[in-house]
Ligand binder design. Structure first.
Ligand code: ADP
Ligand code: MG
Length: 247
């Protein structure tokens, strides 16, 4: 069974149809690179998966549970349970500026109250070590570089032990020399078989790390293929045109 199953998802803003009957599925351990021009609906699709946007019709099934089925949303408790299986990392980090790095990480698990503070703090330090920032636990976001902020955001997204991580252009706000350190952390996660959907303009990452590339344009999935095929033998004219411009 697929971990993520999206069927005939439709979403409009006003009279603009932004997602036009999208269907796709993601298996456990897959790393999907989602690419496409600005305005094609990539962010709206990711945000819909984690219920930051409500869709108009269609279904989203996560790990066997319907977040929304034929346009009907699950109840609040189930929505919380289902979206809790996913973490999301944003382009602009979205760290709380008035909290230290450590406080940013422990906030959500502390509110959930399902573990002792000791356990939470241990995981916090383990994750900061994993992203190479053990020495920044007591720093404030304003004293970190963009690359460090994004690594903190990734560590924070892992604090609730998600099964799925969604990334929305995680390196697009970074100076080019800082993208590598963030991509490295993402690559490590992929190697540990985290299931990931990564919206990105980093074609190198898509090629090397993803096991599938999904190309979106105009609110539709135009093409989905393994990276080798996708980059060497794009099937659709729109894919070819996009790759010609961006790669
Ligand atoms: P992408 O991430 O691929 O650049 P988006 O999902 O952000 O695309 O946007 C798709 C389309 O939906 C764009 O035309 C955008 O202007 C529109 N859109 C996105 N969010 C909103 C919103 N909250 N209200 C109105 N229109 C929106
Ligand atoms: Mg976007």
């Amino acid at each position: 069974m697929a971990l993520i199953e999206v069927t005939n998802l439709k979403k409009s803003f006003g009279n603009q149809e932004v997602l036009k009957s999208i269907s796709f599925s993601v298996d456990k351990k897959e790393v999907i690179a989602m690419i496409g021009p600005s305005g094609s609906g990539k962010s709206t699709l990711l945000r819909s998966l984690i219920h930051l946007e409500e869709i108009d019709n269609g279904s989203i099934c996560i790990d066997g549970d319907f977040l929304v089925k034929d346009g009907q949303y699950a109840n609040q408790a189930d929505i919380r349970k289902i979206t809790g299986k996913m973490g999301m990392v944003f382009q602009h980090f979205n760290l709380f500026p008035h909290l230290t790095v450590k406080e940013n990480l422990i906030l959500a698990p502390k509110l959930r109250k399902s573990e002792s503070m000791e356990e939470i703090e241990k995981r916090c330090m383990d994750l900061l070590r994993k992203v190479g920032l053990s020495d920044k636990a007591n720093a404030y976001p304003s004293n970190l570089s963009g690359g460090q902020k994004q690594r903190v955001a990734i560590a924070r997204s892992l604090m609730l032990n998600p099964q799925i991580l969604l990334f929305d252009e995680p390196t697009s706000a970074l100076d080019p020399e800082l993208t590598g350190e963030v991509l490295k952390v993402m690559k490590d996660l992929a190697e540990e078989h985290m299931t990931m959907i990564v919206v990105t303009h980093e074609m190198g990452f898509a090629r090397e790390v993803a096991n599938r590339v999904i190309f979106m344009d105009g609110g539709e999935i135009i093409e989905s293929n393994e990276p080798e095929q996708f980059f060497q033998h794009p099937q659709h004219e729109r894919t070819k045109a996009f790759l010609h411009k961006n790669w």
